[in-house]
Design a protein around this ligand. Structure first.
Ligand code: SAM
Length: 163
Protein backbone atom coordinates (compact mmCIF):
# COMPACT_ATOMS: atom_id res chain seq x y z
CA UNK A 1 0.00 0.00 0.00
CA UNK A 2 1.39 3.42 -0.89
CA UNK A 3 1.81 6.05 1.79
CA UNK A 4 -0.98 7.99 0.06
CA UNK A 5 -3.32 4.98 0.35
CA UNK A 6 -2.39 4.53 4.02
CA UNK A 7 -3.03 8.23 4.72
CA UNK A 8 -6.43 8.14 3.02
CA UNK A 9 -7.45 5.01 4.94
CA UNK A 10 -6.39 6.62 8.23
CA UNK A 11 -8.52 9.69 7.49
CA UNK A 12 -11.47 7.49 6.50
CA UNK A 13 -11.04 5.47 9.71
CA UNK A 14 -10.99 8.63 11.84
CA UNK A 15 -14.13 9.93 10.21
CA UNK A 16 -15.94 6.58 10.43
CA UNK A 17 -15.13 6.21 14.15
CA UNK A 18 -16.21 9.77 14.98
CA UNK A 19 -19.42 9.31 12.96
CA UNK A 20 -20.14 5.98 14.70
CA UNK A 21 -19.78 7.53 18.16
CA UNK A 22 -21.96 10.47 17.13
CA UNK A 23 -24.64 7.98 16.08
CA UNK A 24 -24.43 6.07 19.39
CA UNK A 25 -24.44 9.25 21.47
CA UNK A 26 -27.34 11.12 19.92
CA UNK A 27 -29.40 12.89 22.58
CA UNK A 28 -26.71 12.59 25.28
CA UNK A 29 -25.13 15.58 26.93
CA UNK A 30 -21.50 15.99 27.92
CA UNK A 31 -18.24 17.35 26.62
CA UNK A 32 -16.04 16.09 23.78
CA UNK A 33 -12.25 16.14 24.04
CA UNK A 34 -9.95 16.50 21.06
CA UNK A 35 -6.33 15.59 21.75
CA UNK A 36 -4.17 16.78 18.91
CA UNK A 37 -5.55 19.87 17.17
CA UNK A 38 -2.92 19.69 14.41
CA UNK A 39 -4.32 21.56 11.45
CA UNK A 40 -7.85 21.23 12.79
CA UNK A 41 -9.30 18.68 10.39
CA UNK A 42 -10.77 16.32 12.95
CA UNK A 43 -11.72 19.21 15.25
CA UNK A 44 -13.77 20.64 12.40
CA UNK A 45 -15.47 17.28 11.91
CA UNK A 46 -16.20 16.97 15.63
CA UNK A 47 -17.80 20.44 15.55
CA UNK A 48 -20.06 19.27 12.73
CA UNK A 49 -21.00 15.98 14.43
CA UNK A 50 -21.39 17.27 18.00
CA UNK A 51 -22.94 20.70 17.51
CA UNK A 52 -24.01 22.15 20.86
CA UNK A 53 -21.52 20.12 22.91
CA UNK A 54 -18.52 21.78 24.53
CA UNK A 55 -15.40 20.58 22.68
CA UNK A 56 -12.17 20.94 24.67
CA UNK A 57 -9.06 20.90 22.54
CA UNK A 58 -5.54 20.00 23.64
CA UNK A 59 -2.21 20.55 21.92
CA UNK A 60 1.21 21.99 22.55
CA UNK A 61 0.52 24.89 20.26
CA UNK A 62 -1.99 26.22 17.77
CA UNK A 63 -0.98 25.57 14.18
CA UNK A 64 -4.46 25.00 12.77
CA UNK A 65 -6.25 26.46 9.79
CA UNK A 66 -7.61 29.87 10.86
CA UNK A 67 -11.20 28.60 10.54
CA UNK A 68 -10.46 25.75 12.97
CA UNK A 69 -9.09 27.53 16.02
CA UNK A 70 -11.14 26.78 19.14
CA UNK A 71 -12.41 29.59 21.37
CA UNK A 72 -9.79 30.32 24.07
CA UNK A 73 -11.95 28.97 26.91
CA UNK A 74 -11.95 25.54 25.22
CA UNK A 75 -8.24 25.45 24.40
CA UNK A 76 -5.75 23.68 26.70
CA UNK A 77 -2.22 24.43 25.56
CA UNK A 78 0.81 22.53 26.85
CA UNK A 79 2.04 18.99 27.10
CA UNK A 80 -0.79 16.44 27.26
CA UNK A 81 0.89 14.86 30.28
CA UNK A 82 0.10 18.06 32.22
CA UNK A 83 -3.05 19.39 30.59
CA UNK A 84 -5.05 16.15 30.46
CA UNK A 85 -4.67 15.19 34.17
CA UNK A 86 -5.35 18.86 35.04
CA UNK A 87 -8.61 18.68 33.09
CA UNK A 88 -9.52 15.42 34.84
CA UNK A 89 -9.09 17.16 38.20
CA UNK A 90 -11.41 20.04 37.27
CA UNK A 91 -14.59 18.04 37.81
CA UNK A 92 -16.28 18.37 34.41
CA UNK A 93 -19.31 16.24 33.54
CA UNK A 94 -18.32 12.88 32.07
CA UNK A 95 -17.18 13.08 28.45
CA UNK A 96 -19.11 11.42 25.63
CA UNK A 97 -16.01 11.05 23.47
CA UNK A 98 -12.28 11.49 23.74
CA UNK A 99 -10.74 11.61 20.30
CA UNK A 100 -7.00 11.09 20.66
CA UNK A 101 -5.00 11.70 17.50
CA UNK A 102 -1.65 12.00 19.22
CA UNK A 103 0.79 10.03 17.12
CA UNK A 104 4.13 11.45 16.08
CA UNK A 105 6.62 9.79 13.74
CA UNK A 106 7.99 7.81 16.70
CA UNK A 107 5.70 4.79 17.21
CA UNK A 108 7.19 3.67 20.53
CA UNK A 109 6.95 7.20 21.99
CA UNK A 110 3.34 7.53 20.78
CA UNK A 111 2.37 4.21 22.38
CA UNK A 112 4.10 5.24 25.60
CA UNK A 113 2.28 8.60 25.58
CA UNK A 114 -1.10 6.87 25.16
CA UNK A 115 -0.37 4.48 27.98
CA UNK A 116 0.62 7.39 30.26
CA UNK A 117 -2.60 9.27 29.42
CA UNK A 118 -5.04 6.34 29.58
CA UNK A 119 -5.71 6.50 33.37
CA UNK A 120 -6.74 10.17 33.05
CA UNK A 121 -8.88 9.33 30.01
CA UNK A 122 -10.79 6.80 32.11
CA UNK A 123 -11.42 9.44 34.79
CA UNK A 124 -12.64 11.95 32.20
CA UNK A 125 -15.02 9.61 30.33
CA UNK A 126 -18.65 9.19 31.32
CA UNK A 127 -19.87 5.65 31.91
CA UNK A 128 -20.80 4.71 28.34
CA UNK A 129 -18.34 7.24 26.89
CA UNK A 130 -16.03 6.35 24.00
CA UNK A 131 -12.33 6.67 23.28
CA UNK A 132 -11.43 6.82 19.59
CA UNK A 133 -7.68 6.74 19.26
CA UNK A 134 -4.86 6.37 16.79
CA UNK A 135 -3.02 4.38 19.51
CA UNK A 136 -4.06 1.10 21.10
CA UNK A 137 -4.41 1.21 24.88
CA UNK A 138 -4.57 -1.54 27.46
CA UNK A 139 -6.82 -0.34 30.27
CA UNK A 140 -9.12 -2.66 32.15
CA UNK A 141 -11.82 0.03 32.34
CA UNK A 142 -11.82 0.52 28.56
CA UNK A 143 -13.54 -2.24 26.61
CA UNK A 144 -12.50 -2.64 22.96
CA UNK A 145 -15.51 -1.72 20.82
CA UNK A 146 -16.25 -3.00 17.30
CA UNK A 147 -14.89 -0.78 14.56
CA UNK A 148 -17.33 0.58 11.98
CA UNK A 149 -17.68 -1.34 8.72
CA UNK A 150 -14.83 -0.69 6.35
CA UNK A 151 -12.26 0.15 9.04
CA UNK A 152 -9.45 -2.41 9.17
CA UNK A 153 -8.38 -3.70 12.60
CA UNK A 154 -5.42 -1.70 13.87
CA UNK A 155 -6.02 1.29 11.58
CA UNK A 156 -7.85 3.06 14.42
CA UNK A 157 -8.98 2.00 17.89
CA UNK A 158 -12.35 2.32 19.56
CA UNK A 159 -13.04 1.66 23.26
CA UNK A 160 -15.96 2.22 25.58
CA UNK A 161 -15.99 2.82 29.31
CA UNK A 162 -18.72 0.44 30.43
CA UNK A 163 -18.35 0.83 34.21
N1 SAM B 1 -6.19 15.69 14.62
C1 SAM B 1 -5.31 16.60 13.92
C2 SAM B 1 -5.92 17.00 12.60
O1 SAM B 1 -6.95 16.42 12.19
O2 SAM B 1 -5.39 17.91 11.96
C3 SAM B 1 -3.91 16.05 13.75
C4 SAM B 1 -3.18 15.83 15.06
S1 SAM B 1 -1.46 15.47 14.84
C5 SAM B 1 -1.44 13.82 14.27
C6 SAM B 1 -0.90 15.29 16.50
C7 SAM B 1 -0.89 16.57 17.31
O3 SAM B 1 -0.61 16.21 18.65
C8 SAM B 1 0.17 17.58 16.88
O4 SAM B 1 -0.47 18.80 16.59
C9 SAM B 1 1.10 17.70 18.09
O5 SAM B 1 1.52 19.04 18.35
C10 SAM B 1 0.24 17.19 19.23
N2 SAM B 1 1.03 16.53 20.28
C11 SAM B 1 1.75 15.38 20.18
N3 SAM B 1 2.28 15.04 21.36
C12 SAM B 1 1.89 16.01 22.24
C13 SAM B 1 2.10 16.21 23.64
N4 SAM B 1 2.84 15.35 24.37
N5 SAM B 1 1.52 17.28 24.23
C14 SAM B 1 0.76 18.15 23.50
N6 SAM B 1 0.53 18.01 22.17
C15 SAM B 1 1.08 16.95 21.55
Amino acid sequence: MSRLDAFIRRMQAQRACIDAVAGHSRGQSGPILELGLGNGRTYDHLRACFAGHPIYVFDRHVAAHPDCIPPPQFLRLGDFRSTVPAFAAEGHPGAILIHADIGSGDDAASRHLASDLAPAWVRILAIGGFLASDQAVDQVALTPWPLPDGVDAGRYHLYRRLH
